[in-house]
Ligand binder design. Structure first.
Ligand code: HSE
Length: 436
């Protein structure tokens, strides 16, 4: 049988990784897919570099429109990124009857509903394994491997840049700005790291996981997003003393009233496997009602790890493209007419445990006033740490860990605590998850 023909949009890091792995492993991939998979054309603005990378073996064009409309192309691989031109090209590829494989989490988290609907109408596949956690087959696991389960929650370290920064802050006791600069020098962080450090990249990814775990439309605009830019080294240290690590987690949880969808720095017990995921690695913990907890670990970025996911999608499409569209795995794991309208809960309605740090005057009755406010708010204390005050400085740090409480309750209590004259700093508040 003739090879299936692929058009590649963008031959940067992931594109060249895809080209190289497909070439290196072509025989094994052909045996798995049932026919060869051949990149026939590459579109890249830098045509000279694209020719160099592909060794003159494929057509190279500068205009991606020439690929998405080209009659002999069966699958378009979109590796351009972003929401703008990528959206236009993906929709045009679908319109022209092409299947699409993409690593573009931002595009799908924001425009996924429109793109999946367009694909459904045309009977084509949009596959996106590489969009979440790079080489970890988490989309496959959620959509297929765990399909028997009512998924209860997912918590993931799904941004390698921020995990690298947090690991360095903890290991070396350095502050955020210093480590960010180091990460940029080492090439771990982009020159403009905003999407990573502000939690937006992780929010794109958890939005996609949430949609396929709970069978609801993608709703990035409803996600609560906090990055790590305001995280202080002192909180990492105090968390450690209390037996916790701080990780930037993407969390989505099914609750009776709706679904939680949030990204923020989170205290996790140091004994959990996921708390020990260090450096730029990713890990996703999924709790299903039948299987219990399952943990997926691996490289979340990089040329060949991401290529591994792109090619897995290419093989899936190659196997399935002649199947009746109704017999394929639905884009969002649930049949498109069975998607749920369950709301994404506002952050005020989220339930979590909390870490509270405050600077207080070291005098009689301060702690009693703080605990009274918490008790009046119905907030139960789980643990407490008071640091010794330094000589000649009658001030000290108090750290309180709470049991589960609703975010709006903790906000009310924090406002009352901050109004106390003996509380000398704003309260630093971080969320905690036991993940058990
Ligand atoms: N920039 C991401 C990360 C990889 O640091 O994990 C691509 O989503």
């Amino acid at each position: 049988m003739n090879p299936i023909k692929v058009g590649l949009l963008g031959i940067g890091t992931v594109g060249s990784g895809t080209f190289n792995v497909l070439k290196r492993n072509q025989e094994e991939i052909r045996r798995r897919a049932g026919r060869g998979i051949e990149i026939a054309v590459v579109a890249d603005l830098n045509t000279e570099r694209a020719r160099e990378l592909t060794g003159g073996t494929v057509d190279v064009v500068s205009d991606a429109n020439d690929v998405v409309t080209r009659p002999d192309i069966d699958i378009v691989v979109e590796l351009i990124g972003g929401y703008g031109i990528a959206r236009e090209l993906v929709l045009k590829a679908i319109e022209n009857g092409k299947h699409v494989v993409t690593a573009n989490k931002a595009l799908l988290a924001v425009h996924g509903n429109e793109i999946f609907e367009a694909a459904r109408k045309k009977g084509v596949i949009v596959a996106f394994e590489a969009a979440v956690a790079g080489g970890i087959p988490i989309i496959k696991a959620l959509r297929e491997g765990l399909t028997a389960n009512r998924i209860q929650w997912i918590a993931g370290i799904i941004n390698g840049t921020t995990n690298f920064i947090l690991s360095e802050m903890r290991d070396k006791g350095l502050d955020f700005d210093t480590v960010l600069k180091e990460a940029q020098q080492l090439g771990y962080a982009e020159a403009d790291p905003t999407f990573d450090i502000e939690g937006i990249d992780a929010a794109h990814k958890v939005t996609l996981m949430s949609a396929i775990a709970f069978g609801m439309p993608v709703q990035f605009d409803r996600a609560h997003v906090e990055g790590i830019t305001r995280l202080a080294a002192i909180d990492i240290k105090y968390a450690e003393e209390l037996g916790y690590r701080i990780k930037l987690l993407g969390i989505t949880r099914r609750r009776e009233e709706g679904v939680e969808l949030r990204v923020h720095p989170t205290l996790v017990p140091a004994s959990r496997l996921i708390a020990n995921v260090e450096g730029a690695m990713n890990a996703v913990l999924v709790q299903g009602d039948a299987v219990g907890a399952t943990l997926y670990y691996g490289k979340g970025a990089g040329a060949e790890p991401t290529a591994s996911a792109v090619i897995a999608d290419l093989v899936d499409v190659t196997r399935l493209h002649t199947a009746d569209p109704n017999h394929r795995v639905p884009h969002l794991a649930f049949q498109p007419d069975e998607l749920s309208t369950v709301p994404v809960l506002p952050i005020d309605e989220v339930t979590s445990s909390y870490y509270l740090r405050m600077r207080v005057a070291d005098q009689t009755g301060v702690l009693a006033e703080i605990t009274r406010i918490l008790a009046e708010g119905g907030i139960s204390i789980d643990a407490m740490l008071q640091k010794e005050s330094r000589e000649g400085e009658p001030q000290t740090d108090i750290i309180i860990l709470t049991h589960l409480t609703r975010e709006k309750q903790i906000n009310v209590a924090i406002a009352s605590i901050e109004a106390l004259q003996t509380v000398l700093s704003p309260v630093t508040r971080l969320r905690m998850e036991e993940l058990n």
